[in-house]
Design a protein around this ligand. Structure first.
Ligand SMILES: Nc1ncnc2c1ncn2[C@@H]1O[C@H](COP(=O)(O)OP(=O)(O)OP(=O)(O)O)[C@@H](O)[C@H]1O
Length: 280
C-alpha cells in the first residue's frame, strides 16, 4: 500500500465549483457534474470511482477541458485553463497527457509514428530529437522492440502501453487515465498498472485515474474521490486503515484496503513508490 506524505506538496490540479450540464435530445437537461471542487497534489496517484453514469469521465475530461465547464475554474500546473484562449489552451494541454479505455491509436501508423505524433504536431523538434524522445518513451514502457509494429500486431496491454508512451512524449506533468484497464484481462491489467506506478515513481508524473475497478484503486492510488450523481460524495487517503466511510463504494474500497488480497507468487503489486523529483 502506498504510504507517502504529500501534504507538503502544492496542488498540481485545482478544480473550483465545476459544473457541466448536458442537453438531452428531448430538451431536458442533465447535471453530469455539479459544483465539484477538488485538489490533486503534485506527485499523487488519485482515483475517481463511482457507479456507471455518476459523472467520472465527464469530471476527468473537464480537467483538460475536453469538456467545457458551464461554471467553475480549472487550474493545472499553475495555469488557469478556463481563462485561456484556444491557442494558449492547446499549448497548456501539452502538459496534460491522456489515455483511454480503447487506446485510441492510429491504426495505419507504426508504434514509432503513434508516439511521435504529438511531438510532430507541436513542431519545433528536429527529426533526431523526435526519434530520441520516442526511443526514451518506448524504453519507459518496455516496448523498444515493437517500434516498427502496427497496433493490430499488438496485444491489448501493449496497445495501452503505446498509448501511455504517446501521452508521455511531450513531458506531461499529469496523466489522465479514463478506465485504462477496463478492456484488459487480469494479468495485462497488472502489467499496465505496473507501468503507471513506475511512471509515477520514477518520473514524478501525477496520475488521475477513473475506474470502476476498486482493486485498481487499491493497488495504484494514494487518494480517491467517490463520485455520486455528479458530486464528490467523499474523498480519502488509502493509507488510512479501519475508518468507517460514508458511501457504500467507499466502504467496499476500505474493506479491500483493510483486507487486501494475497500477493501472487512473485509478490506482485502495482503500487507506486515514492516519486523522485525528476520529471518526464
Ligand atoms: N455528450 C453528452 N451528452 C449528453 N449526456 C451525456 C454526454 N456525456 C455524458 N452524458 C451523460 O452524463 C452522465 C455522466 O456520464 P459519464 O460518462 O461522465 O459517467 P461515468 O461515471 O464515467 O459513467 P461510466 O462508468 O458508465 O462510463 C451520464 O448519464 C451520461 O449519459
Amino acid at each position: 500500500m502506498p504510504v507517502q506524505d504529500l501534504s507538503a506538496a502544492p496542488p498540481l490540479i485545482r478544480l473550483d465549483g465545476l459544473s457541466k450540464r448536458f442537453r438531452l435530445p428531448g430538451g431536458e437537461v442533465f447535471d453530469a457534474v455539479h459544483e465539484v471542487s477538488l485538489q490533486v497534489r503534485r506527485g499523487d496517484v488519485f482515483g475517481i470511482v463511482g457507479a456507471s453514469g455518476a459523472g467520472k469521465s465527464t469530471l476527468l475530461r473537464l480537467i483538460n477541458l475536453l469538456e467545457t465547464p458551464d461554471r467553475g475554474r480549472v487550474e493545472v500546473d499553475g495555469r488557469v485553463l478556463t481563462e485561456l484562449g484556444k491557442r494558449e489552451l492547446r499549448l497548456a494541454r501539452q502538459s496534460i497527457g491522456m489515455i483511454f479505455q480503447q487506446f485510441n491509436l492510429l491504426q495505419n501508423a507504426t508504434v514509432f509514428d503513434n508516439i511521435a505524433f504529438p511531438l510532430r504536431l507541436h513542431g519545433r523538434r528536429s527529426r533526431a530529437e523526435v526519434a530520441e524522445r520516442v526511443a526514451e518513451c518506448l524504453a519507459i514502457v518496455g516496448l523498444t522492440d515493437k517500434r516498427d509494429s502496427h497496433p493490430a500486431q499488438l496485444s491489448g496491454g501493449q496497445k495501452q502501453r503505446v498509448a501511455i508512451a504517446r501521452a508521455l512524449a511531450p513531458h506531461p506533468s499529469v496523466l489522465l487515465c479514463d478506465e485504462p484497464t477496463s478492456a484488459l484481462d487480469a494479468d495485462t491489467t497488472r502489467q499496465v498498472l505496473r507501468t503507471l506506478a513506475d511512471i509515477n515513481a520514477r518520473l514524478g508524473v501525477t496520475i488521475v485515474i477513473v475506474t470502476h475497478e476498486l482493486e485498481v484503486v487499491r493497488s495504484l492510488c494514494r487518494h480517491v474521490a467517490v463520485v455520486e450523481r455528479g458530486a464528490v460524495a467523499e474523498q480519502f487517503a488509502l493509507s488510512e486503515h479501519g475508518v468507517r466511510r460514508r458511501t457504500s463504494l467507499g466502504r467496499a474500497l476500505q474493506r479491500l484496503v483493510d483486507h487486501p488480497p494475497e500477493l501472487d507468487a512473485e509478490g506482485d503489486e502495482a503500487v507506486a513508490e515514492e516519486p523522485e523529483p525528476a520529471h518526464a
